[in-house]
Design a protein around this ligand. Structure first.
Ligand code: CAA
Ligand code: NAD
Length: 283
């Protein structure tokens, strides 16, 4: 099976990036979100990235136009009926994902693969909301999607070999390097990364050093491209908290407990870059 038509559900920072790379690879892409306003803003952002790529002579004007023409904004899921693959990238919340997968299962062709870009939620549980658990898989892209080369593929208990191979090939066709991991809370990426970020937040709350200095230790001292606090802002502090809670509950191990300061920031609406304020402030 080859993928020619994809739907991306959720046009946030991740869904927008996933839609962009799929469209650039020649797929017809339906991009879904709850309002046309969100979709239009996301398409304008994608266009601005492609305009920069044209200016840097990485792509031609024609390639930019072809990518934009492949992107079709939609506010309902009905176009799923035409799709070979759906990649869900809505908010990191099991109830929301369950309702989306239940609806997609009713709308999409029997042969379609339903993938989730979840950062930490169990693929096996998401798959159980459908009648096709063998065709449900984690397709975990990294942020920012157009730049980062990894796709972490997560195989649920029932995910078939055939589904895994189709998604492995699709990730390669999108210019990414796939790795296969088992369905454990946080997978590999967030099981490792979130320990670093959570520990950095504990350092802030204990007043060990300033926010800037904690980040500088990791950028200049360890050559990380971003310090953990700036990275947390970039990922989104609501997403951060959800991931840590999934791991804390999933492993029952106190080492995954979210720092209370992170909870406080999220309750204050300080969600990082997307809300204009997190550990840093943004225009
Ligand atoms: N969307 C698309 N492209 C973006 C972007 C975005 N949101 N942000 C930056 N870029 C592009 C820039 O346009 C620029 O492209 P050009 O080279 O074509 O100009 C390129 O990235 C480099 O950007 P900058 O020069 O502005 O800044 P930088 O050199 O600091 O790089 C960065 C930015 C790529 C984000 C880099 O800081 C980085 O790699 N940071 C770490 C990212 C990371 O760890 N991601 C994984 C997060 S964890 C995750 O995704 C999983 C999860 O479940 C939470
Ligand atoms: P985001 O908050 O930027 O975007 C989420 C989008 O989903 C919003 O535009 C929202 O309007 C939309 N949405 C919410 N409910 C919806 C529904 N029922 N139907 C359609 N659209 C809906 O979030 P994000 O950072 O793009 O994260 C999305 C998913 O990707 C989450 O599962 C997250 O854990 C995962 N993820 C995030 C990162 C990251 O660095 N932020 C990295 C990898 C994976």
């Amino acid at each position: 099976m080859t993928i020619s038509t994809t739907m991306v559900v959720g046009a946030g920072q991740m869904g927008g990036g996933i839609a962009q790379v799929c469209a650039a690879a020649g797929r017809k892409v339906y991009l879904n979100d709850v309002t046309m306003d969100i979709l239009n803003k996301r398409l304008a952002f994608i266009e601005s990235l492609l305009t920069k790529d044209v200016a840097k002579e990485r792509i031609t004007e024609e390639q930019k136009a072809a990518t934009m023409a492949n992107l079709i904004p939609v506010t309902d899921l009905d176009a799923g009926a035409e799709c070979d693959l759906v990649v869900e990238a809505i908010v990191e919340n099991m109830d929301a994902k369950a309702s989306t997968f239940t609806r997609l299962d009713r709308i999409c062709p029997e042969s379609a693969i339903l993938a989730s870009n979840t950062s930490s939620l169990p693929i096996t549980e998401i798959a159980a909301f459908t009648s096709r658990p063998e065709q449900v898989i984690g397709m975990h892209f990294m942020n920012p999607v157009p730049v980062m080369k990894l796709v972490e593929m997560i195989r649920g208990l029932a995910t078939s070999e055939q589904t895994t191979e189709i998604i492995r090939q699709e990730a390669i066709d999108l210019g990414k390097t796939p790795v296969l991991v088992r369905d454990v809370p946080g997978f590999v990426s967030n099981r490792v990364l979130q320990m670093l970020i959570n520990e950095a937040i504990f350092c802030v709350s204990e007043g060990v050093a300033s926010i800037e200095d904690i980040d500088t230790v990791m950028t200049l001292g360890m050559n990380h491209p971003m310090g953990p606090l700036r990275l947390a802002d970039f990922i989104g502090l609501d997403t951060e908290l959800s991931i840590l809670e999934v791991m804390f509950e999933g492993y029952g191990d106190p080492k995954y407990r979210p720092c209370p300061l992170l909870r406080q920031y999220v309750k204050a609406g300080w969600l990082g870059k997307k809300s204009g304020r997190g550990f840093y402030t943004y225009n």
